[in-house]
Write a protein that binds this ligand. Structure first.
Ligand code: SAM
Length: 272
């Protein structure tokens, strides 16, 4: 399992190069991309395709080669294989065979690189990778993290980054702290750290800010802010409920306090 650069070619390890050079073949997510990496380092090892759409079949062929005593390196397009990338079926099937030895060759990983330089709490974190593509599903999924204390890590592409921030704002409020790590190790590497609203504003400032690859890090909920938000929400809701329905009061309160509409609706029901 060979990790490859996520942008900067200098990040490939000496051991990765040695392995890519010496194996009998390389199983690659995209053989064309891997061939250009190999060309860059003057390596001529043969490549076989192993991607999301053929992994089940490809794994069978690769396991056969491995059981015949061949050595195979698995690489993805960038970073560490299996981390939001193909390889799971191959590794699972390989380790079920006593005659096949699976070895990691560690190296770049966008999530870990982002965490290491964003200044966000890293003692405990949850890696969520890509969120559901459909907005309603994404909102529902994000809402399950309302009470999550650990730092959350997401992957996102350029065409959904604005939508992701819209959803994060709705679910976690404008003031929740976050970090945006863009184009890590590449020419336009940028880290933006601050409140969700500040980062969303920066993304909206210029079209070019939304171009590239992103890791989004969201600070977990804090006990104190949770408590303070709830106290404030109760105060505001109590006043609004004297004049408005539960539905209307929670909708208006969502514009004033740092809790989402669903939570406010539940609180309003309790207070009524
Ligand atoms: N296996 C890879 C790894 O170890 O990080 C991740 C592969 S996943 C298909 C691709 C996603 O990783 C991108 O959409 C982006 O969210 C993130 N990513 C990859 N390279 C990145 C970079 N240089 N800067 C920021 N994010 C990156």
């Amino acid at each position: 399992m060979v990790a490859t650069p996520i942008g900067h070619m200098g990040d490939i390890s000496a051991r990765a190069l040695e392995v890519l050079q010496s194996v009998d073949c390389i199983a690659a997510e995209d053989t064309r991309r891997t061939l250009s990496l190999l060309r860059h380092f003057g390596i001529q090892t043969r490549c076989i395709a192993c991607h999301d759409h053929n992994e089940k079949n490809a794994a069978k062929g690769l396991i056969k080669l491995l059981s015949e005593g061949k050595n195979i390196a698995l690489v993805s397009d960038a970073g560490t294989p299996l981390i939001s990338d193909p390889g799971f079926i191959l590794v699972r099937d390989a380790i079920n065979r006593v005659d096949i030895h699976v070895v990691p060759i560690p190296g770049p990983c966008a999530a870990i690189a982002a965490l290491s330089a964003a200044g966000m709490p890293t003692r405990k974190f949850v890696f969520e990778g890509f969120l559901p593509a459909k907005q309603a599903e994404r909102q529902r999924y994000l809402s399950t993290f309302q009470q999550e204390r650990r730092t959350l890590v997401f992957y996102e592409s350029s065409h959904r980054i604005i939508a992701l921030f819209d959803d994060l704002l709705e679910q976690f409020g404008a003031q929740r702290r976050a970090a945006l790590a863009k184009e890590i190790t590449k020419l336009h590497e940028t880290f933006k750290v601050g409140e969700l609203q500040q980062i969303a504003d920066w993304l909206g400032e210029q079209e070019v800010h939304c171009k590239g690859e992103f890791v989004v890090i969201l600070e977990g909920a804090s006990q104190e802010s949770d408590d303070a938000d709830r106290i404030e929400a109760r105060r505001v809701l109590a006043a609004l409920l004297t004049e408005l329905s539960v539905k209307k009061a929670s909708k208006v309160a969502a514009q004033i306090v740092n809790l989402n509409k669903n939570e406010l609706y539940q609180l309003a029901l309790e207070l009524r």
